[in-house]
Design a protein around this ligand. Structure first.
Ligand code: DHB
Ligand code: FE
Length: 282
């Protein structure tokens, strides 16, 4: 049977993609951010997951305001990347796992989650930057996994509640664990933490709130479901709603997790950048 071995979180800021392309990882501005990743590389090299479920929020490349699914799951054999206008190099296609995608979609619809299945789903920086951060070199990396994109709406209100996000993750976990193949799966929750890119509060970051979320996502994710969507925007900024991706990831991991590693750095671009590695306890 498939096994979920752990969860990873990271911000997905486009400027990070440019820093990677320009090999600026050791520049003073970038070093404290990139220093958060080598312990995770070591863990991934040891455990070698076959599949990465990449939970992110599409920012308008695959899905736009005219048709905005609350939860969309990729069901393709591969996922292309396209130019979004950030100046990041376009990356080669990512290999999918369509049989696992369809198993997850079937299981989740049985579990009463109404999923939009996407047989075409171009992936944006929310998906690609984390793949580069965790598997430097991408296709040239010896253990580069197959990937399945899952996008939730954090753009057009009403967005899902934090409780719905955690419950989605629990159903996703049940779906993966019922897949008959003996594969190892890692779950990525990309985005966050606090940031607001436009409007009166542009540049808003809330370190205290971010650190509270990093603690509670390990020890008591249920307590975070009491935060309303309005309160989340107030505390984390308009784009801090990307914390929903962390809740979806966390729900899939089960009750108890072992926090192996974490890093928090502000600001990177306009964002509070949190990186975490949570290992599942069998
Ligand atoms: C930034 C952060 C994001 O989450 C994003 O999608 C785009 C830009 C930023 O901080 O620059
Ligand atoms: Fe984003």
């Amino acid at each position: 049977m498939a096994k979920i071995i752990g969860g990873l979180t990271t911000s997905h800021i486009p400027a990070v993609g440019n820093a990677i392309a320009r090999e600026q990882q050791n520049d003073p501005y970038w070093k404290p951010f990139f220093d958060g990743y080598p312990p995770i590389h070591a863990w991934l090299d040891k455990h070698k997951p076959d599949v990465a479920i990449n939970i992110y929020n599409d920012h308008g490349l695959a899905l736009f305001l005219d048709q905005m699914p609350t939860f969309a799951i990729g069901a393709a054999h591969e996922y292309i990347n396209e130019d979004e206008g950030w100046g990041i190099p376009v990356l080669p296609p990512f290999k999918g796992d369509a049989p696992l995608s369809w198993h997850i979609i079937e299981s989740m619809v049985d579990d009463e989650f109404d999923i939009t299945s996407c047989q075409e789903m171009p992936v944006d920086h929310g998906f690609t930057v984390p793949m580069q951060l965790f598997w430097p070199g991408l296709g040239k990396h010896p253990n580069f996994p197959r990937a399945i994109p899952i996008s939730a709406n954090t753009v057009q209100h009403p967005i899902p509640t934090l409780k719905r996000a955690l419950d989605f993750g629990k159903a996703l976990g049940r779906a993966i664990r019922s897949y008959p193949d003996d594969i190892k799966v890692v779950i990525l929750g990309t985005g966050g933490m606090s940031h607001q890119l436009d409007g009166e509060r542009a540049g808003f970051i809330n370190k205290e709130f971010d650190l509270m979320c990093m603690e509670k996502i390990v020890t008591d994710p249920e307590s975070l479901t009491k935060i309303s969507r309005r309160e989340l925007v107030r505390q984390a900024g308009a784009q801090g709603t990307e914390f929903l991706m962390w809740m979806m990831m966390r729900g899939a991991l089960g009750d108890k997790v072992n926090p192996i590693h974490q890093n928090y750095h502000i600001p990177i671009s306009n964002t509070g950048a949190g990186t975490m590695m949570l290992e599942c306890i069998d």
